[in-house]
Design a protein around this ligand. Structure first.
Ligand SMILES: C[S@@+](CC[C@H](N)C(=O)[O-])C[C@H]1O[C@@H](n2cnc3c(N)ncnc32)[C@H](O)[C@@H]1O
Length: 269
């Protein structure tokens, strides 16, 4: 094991926090453990040499590898099911009444390996496949971890990862591959687009969204960065659009214009 000195630890924590918002101040062991193999592979003696390397120009491969190692990508299908119930029973009926475009745009921000985006695509497919023709929906799935997103683009999951998926969905929306793997079918996948996007930077030009998920991402950010990001989401929503955050997270009442609707569901007025 190559140990981090106090100074190196501070430098890595500041670098990650300033550029990606993630607060690793309590994660010294995690940094040492996850970065060890990278230092060995590159023949580096210590973390100071590593920091010098990632601060070089044209270092995008190094940064990609570091983000793949240091982000926490835990996610699963049907996570926080109350949100999908909200989408089915409130969001979609409201869209049917008020959305004249008949086109719905959803953003899964901090999508990790895509389970949140694909669960959403399946909920919308279920809804629009029965007697509601002429609707279009698109889901943008973004993250800074290319490794997680590459698993999402691959759209192949183990039977164990699908244990919360209803059996009817397994037959309708997945194709079995070999003994233990399932691939999401084209009809669900074609609605989801993956794109690398760092939430700490100004957003690139995008069409506004009707609903944004940002679940279990801001828990790693400090309050100031959370508030800034929440206000950026407000600007990216259509009037009446929704922001869904993780059930363990809250939006401070005075920090944004969002209206609280129910636990972890907020609306743009
Ligand atoms: C725990 S996962 C959450 C996945 C999913 N939203 C869910 O609730 O199951 C958090 C994700 O946020 C991503 N993330 C962290 N900081 C980010 C940033 N600055 N920009 C974009 N994504 C970020 C991580 O790479 C990770 O995949």
């Amino acid at each position: 094991m190559i140990r981090l000195t106090d100074q190196e630890f501070q430098n890595i924590v500041s670098y990650i926090k300033n550029n990606y918002g993630i607060n690793l101040a309590n994660k010294r062991q995690l940094i040492e453990a996850r970065m060890y193999s990278v230092l060995v592979e590159k023949g580096l003696k210590n973390f100071s040499e590593y920091l010098t390397l990632i601060q070089q120009p044209n270092n995008s491969e190094e940064i990609t590898q570091m983000l793949n190692k240091l982000t926490t990508n835990h996610t699963y299908f049907m996570r926080e099911p109350a949100h999908f119930e909200f989408i089915k029973t409130k969001f979609l009926p409201a869209q049917e009444r008020f959305n004249r475009r008949r086109s719905i745009r959803i953003w899964s921000a901090g999508c990790s390996s895509g389970e949140e985006a694909y669960t959403t695509s399946m909920v919308l497919k279920d809804y629009f496949s029965v007697g509601r023709p002429g609707w279009d929906f698109r889901i943008l799935a973004t993250d800074i971890s290319e490794k997680a997103m590459s698993a999402g683009k691959n759209a192949t999951y183990s039977a164990e990862a699908l244990k919360n998926v209803p059996p009817s969905w397994l037959t309708r929306y997945f194709m079995k591959q070999g003994t233990d793997q399932y691939r999401i079918n084209d009809d669900v996948r074609r609605h989801v687009t993956f794109q690398k996007l760092n939430l700490m930077l100004p957003f690139p030009p995008m069409q506004p969204f009707d609903l944004i998920f940002c679940r279990n991402v801001m828990i790693y950010f400090d309050q100031e960065d959370r508030n800034k990001l929440i206000n950026k989401y407000y600007e990216m929503l259509n009037p009446g659009g929704y922001l869904l955050i993780g059930h363990s997270e809250t939006i401070q009442r005075d920090s944004s214009k969002f209206i609280y609707l129910e636990p972890s569901v907020y609306q743009k007025g």
